[in-house]
Design a protein around this ligand. Structure first.
Ligand code: HEC
Ligand code: HEC
Length: 291
């Protein structure tokens, strides 16, 4: 028996993710949707827009461990931590994403795709699944490839984006008005993953993340790297000069323009395809009122 056990262990790559969601520890009884007692749900203040798909999130820490919060901008998670995010469209579960800390600087990114009667979800291929779910007549939700997961979840330290001091803490967000606080928070949650010095859009030096140090709006990266600064790429057609953010002029500000586009120039460049109309209006109003 013992030999058999060792043998089967060797057949599987040491770090392979389980083939089914029921084996990951999120649900204690998956067909009946009973969550494991070890997972805790949480809601980030500034969630990522995913084309209107509803999402739920949970964390599971290994027994007796806790998150090291000594750097408020970069929490460190114990090895073995799992975070889950489940996507549902009109009440029907679509995919459940899992990131798991496998070693001091090793994280695994996978997604599980639900079957039609929601009795099990199966590990998605590492290349993802294009056009998995129709959202409109012409737009489809894709299950991202594991490379695309890492595109957004890129940090020198732990790549967790929504379980953080800014997202879960109670400290005030800088801003002159509630509109401005909402705008800066939205940019943090939806753009700051890539538009961060360690993120994939780091090379643009156009940053949108918040840090706990910024106490005025003017100190936030969204201000210091956008206001009255010219864009590097993709000018707005018909304008002599395109600014990232031109106070008082949303129609001349690339950060609004790129959000309203569909297709390859759409921002965010991954994760959503349908412009977030309500929040774009909020951002427009924020830029319009700025002087
Ligand atoms: C467009 C960028 C983007 C892509 C692509 C992306 N994520 Fe995320 N993910 C985020 C952001 C931003 C958050 C935090 C905000 C939220 O939860 O709404 C997040 C949150 C999560 C969480 C909850 C823990 C955390 O970091 O906050 C999990 C789990 C997760 N993502 C897994 C994945 C997996 C697995 C993939 C690939 C299959 C993936 N993500 C692809 C941006 C992305
Ligand atoms: C998945 C990563 C990713 C996310 C998320 C993302 N961006 Fe970008 N962004 C990029 C990359 C890469 C570039 C550089 C290439 C380009 O311009 O398309 C860029 C460029 C830009 C530019 C042009 C900067 C310049 O000077 O030319 C603007 C403006 C911009 N993004 C705004 C946003 C806003 C606003 C959001 C959030 C709603 C956002 N982006 C979310 C990856 C991302």
């Amino acid at each position: 028996m013992k030999h058999f056990f060792v043998f089967t262990l060797c057949l599987r790559p040491l770090f392979a993710a389980p083939a089914f969601l029921s084996q990951t520890g999120l649900y204690s009884d998956l067909p009946r949707k009973i969550l494991s007692a070890e997972v805790a749900s949480y809601i980030p203040r500034f969630p990522l827009w995913s084309d209107g798909i509803e999402k739920q999130r949970w964390i599971r820490l290994p027994a007796g461990t806790q998150v090291d919060k000594s750097d408020p901008n970069a929490w460190v998670f114990p090895v073995g931590t799992q975070l889950f995010k489940e996507f549902a469209w009109h009440g029907q579960r679509v995919e459940t994403r899992l990131i798991q800390k496998k070693g001091e600087s090793q994280w695994e990114f996978v997604s599980y795709v639900w079957n039609g009667d929601e009795t099990e979800a199966k590990l998605a291929p590492s290349t993802g699944i294009q056009s998995h779910l129709p959202l409109t007549d012409t737009i489809f939700h894709d299950i991202p490839s594991q490379g695309q997961c890492r595109f957004c979840h890129q940090r020198f330290g732990d790549p967790v984006l929504g379980y953080s001091q800014i997202q879960l803490g109670s400290e005030p967000i800088p801003g002159h008005s509630s509109l401005e606080r909402a705008a800066l928070g939205y940019l943090h949650g939806n753009c700051g993953s890539c538009h961060h010095p360690e993120g994939r859009a780091g090379f643009t030096e156009n940053f949108y993340h918040l840090t706990v140090e910024a106490s005025t709006a003017e100190q936030t990266p969204a201000y210091t790297t956008s206001v009255n600064l010219k864009t590097v790429n993709f000018p707005i057609p018909g304008l002599e000069t395109t600014y990232r953010l031109l106070p008082g002029h949303p129609e001349q500000s690339a950060l609004i323009y790129r959000l309203t586009l569909e297709g390859p120039q759409h921002m965010p460049s991954l994760g959503s395809k349908i412009p977030d109309a309500t929040q774009i209006n909020l951002l427009r109003q924020w830029v319009a009122e700025m002087h």
